[in-house]
Design a protein around this ligand. Structure first.
Ligand SMILES: Cc1cc2nc3c(=O)[nH]c(=O)nc-3n(C[C@H](O)[C@H](O)[C@H](O)COP(=O)(O)OP(=O)(O)OC[C@H]3O[C@@H](n4cnc5c(N)ncnc54)[C@H](O)[C@@H]3O)c2cc1C
Length: 507
């Protein structure tokens, strides 16, 4: 007989805490006949990390599970749309490419368009710019946005994939407004002690500064980089990936908006790191992610402040981190969600997504009070696979650079990469083939755009391409780029779309 969990305690009220709380409230508390209680503890004295404003399209699944109305959410969070990420100066200074969400062109036979383009790209008969074959990058270059219109006609609009930019603080508030009415109890206070059960070392309760003690059966550690329960109380170690991802600090600063509001995040490579630019309705979020091995804090601040598009609205806020993950995300009766479980720098905006999948995986592997170790082991294996493949994708951006103008880029260019990534790079370099493995997050089209954008042009292409007459391939490629260009020209600008669909009241 199962021995059901009666009390769940979430420690932390940042994006991770409130995402977990809202999801548990909606999918368990509101649905189960005898639901567990959910208590969230957050401290007014310990601020949230306050960044985390760019997402990937899978966030729409989270929103639909919660029944969130998109326009209402974007109005509340000052949100905008994101079609992809522009990478500036990553491959070499002066060059840029876009990693667009959604689908690239149409297949011919069973093969993706890049196979045909690789054969013809220097012929002078097709566009030499691969971006021109995909609707998302093309729309980004023209600052235009539109969504799938729901009709069944074959139009590139149906291939658009999009995500959001939003204000992280407002996002947590929005989720709190969902979670509390559904029964999540919020406790404000600072945890000063974590008590363990003598018999098995599980967490029994947390003690707050004001004397309250909050006990529970199952604890979700959303305490951010402090990692109060999983790292602190249970002593689960940390696996560092800083040999592959050397950045370990960030400075974040908002600046005034400028138009047009780009429907994409921009990431500009700097001498010892990179700078993000995330346009919201009421401001632009900026940050410089850098390696303290290769630059100083003062120089990093100067680079950031010298490269803002609008007037700075605050002083830069420093954040320190170490890329990597906890050796186990689930240990005993504690699950780490969010930064307490690890961090991969936000180059591909994957942290909020990992919060979402961590909570969804919990729903699939929900424990009872016996906490069978096999459940946690399965959970940890699935989580490791997911995060390691994301790590590989992010490392590829660093490894595949032709930059040699600074020590950091020379280090990255020359470093050995994980075997799992090396195999992908070798396969792509030979024939342009890349395969999505199992539940890996990034699809083939993402790898294709980033690997070629970073300058890894395959030596060959799929031999089946040679079965098609050149005129057929040229007509096929030109048809894709022509239809994409026409479709983008008919789209509203991103600013027009936001104004009509989800304009926020300006603060
Ligand atoms: C520089 C940077 C940029 C990022 N950009 C992106 C991005 O663009 N996209 C993306 O998806 N992700 C991004 N992330 C990651 C994203 O910010 C986080 O995944 C997300 O905010 C979740 O953070 P968190 O809730 O785990 O931690 P936090 O926001 O740090 O929240 C921790 C919570 O724990 C509470 N707490 C801590 N200690 C105690 C205590 N002793 N007692 C009581 N409460 C306590 C705090 O009060 C707080 O509520 C970025 C991260 C960094 C560092």
């Amino acid at each position: 007989m199962p021995n059901p969990i009666e009390n769940i305690v979430i420690v932390g009220g940042g994006t991770a805490g409130w995402m977990a709380a809202a999801m548990l409230a909606k999918l368990i508390v509101a649905k189960a006949p005898k639901p567990p209680t959910v208590t969230l503890i957050e401290s007014d004295d310990i601020s949230t990390v306050g960044v985390g404003e760019a997402t990937i399209p899978a966030i729409k699944k989270y929103m639909s599970l919660l029944g969130i109305n998109e326009a209402d959410f974007l109005k509340f969070t000052q949100g905008t749309f994101k079609l992809g990420i522009e990478f500036v100066d990553w491959e070499r200074l002066g060059e840029s490419y876009i990693h667009g969400f959604g689908k690239i062109g149409q297949d011919l036979g069973w093969m993706r368009p890049h196979q045909y383009w690789l054969k013809m790209r220097n012929s002078g008969k097709v566009s030499p710019r691969f971006d021109d074959y995909a609707i998302n990058p093309t729309a980004c270059r023209h600052n235009r946005f539109n969504k799938r219109n729901g009709d069944d006609r074959k139009t590139p609009l149906n291939d658009i994939g999009y995500a959001y930019h939003f204000d992280a603080g407002l996002m947590a508030q929005y989720l709190r407004r969902i979670a509390e009415p559904l029964g999540v109890k919020r406790v404000e206070g600072t945890i000063v002690d974590v008590r363990l059960k003598a018999e098995n070392g599980h967490v029994k309760s947390v003690a707050l500064k004001d004397g309250q003690v909050v006990g529970g059966d199952f604890f979700i550690d959303c305490s951010g980089f402090r990692s109060l329960l999983i790292g602190g109380a249970l002593g689960v170690g940390y696996e560092s990936w800083s040999q592959w991802l050397p950045c370990d600090r960030a400075l974040a600063v908002p600046c005034a908006s400028v138009t047009p509001t780009t429907p994409y995040t921009r990431s500009t490579a700097r001498t010892a790191g990179w700078q993000w630019r995330i346009p919201l309705q009421h401001r632009i979020g900026n940050g410089h992610v850098y390696s303290s091995r290769f630059t100083s804090d003062d120089e990093a601040a100067r680079v950031l402040m010298d490269n803002l598009d609008g007037k700075a609205l605050a002083d830069p806020r420093p954040i320190r981190f170490e890329t990597g993950k906890r050796k186990k995300l689930w240990e005993k009766n504690v699950l780490a969600v969010g930064l307490s479980g690890g961090f991969i720098e936000p180059l591909e905006s994957t942290s909020i997504h990992l919060i979402q999948t961590t909570v969804l995986r919990l729903l699939n592997l929900f424990p009872d009070k016996d906490f069978d170790p096999a459940t946690a082991a399965e959970y940890n294996a699935q989580a490791d696979f997911e995060i390691e493949r994301i790590r590989d994708f992010v490392i590829a951006h660093y490894k595949l650079t032709s930059r040699d103008d600074s020590e950091m880029w020379r280090y990255c260019r020359d470093m050995a990469v994980p075997d799992t990534l090396a195999r992908k790079l070798d396969g792509f370099a030979a024939s342009g083939r890349v395969f999505k493995e199992n539940e890996e997050l990034f699809a083939e089209d993402s790898w294709i755009q980033v690997l070629m954008g970073q300058g890894l042009m395959p030596r060959g292409y799929d031999p089946i391409v040679d079965n098609y007459p050149e005129e057929t391939i040229i007509a096929y490629l030109n048809n894709i780029s022509g239809v994409v260009a026409k479709c983008v020209a008919a789209m509203p600008t991103h600013d027009q779309f936001v104004a009509a669909y989800c304009a926020a009241e300006m603060p």
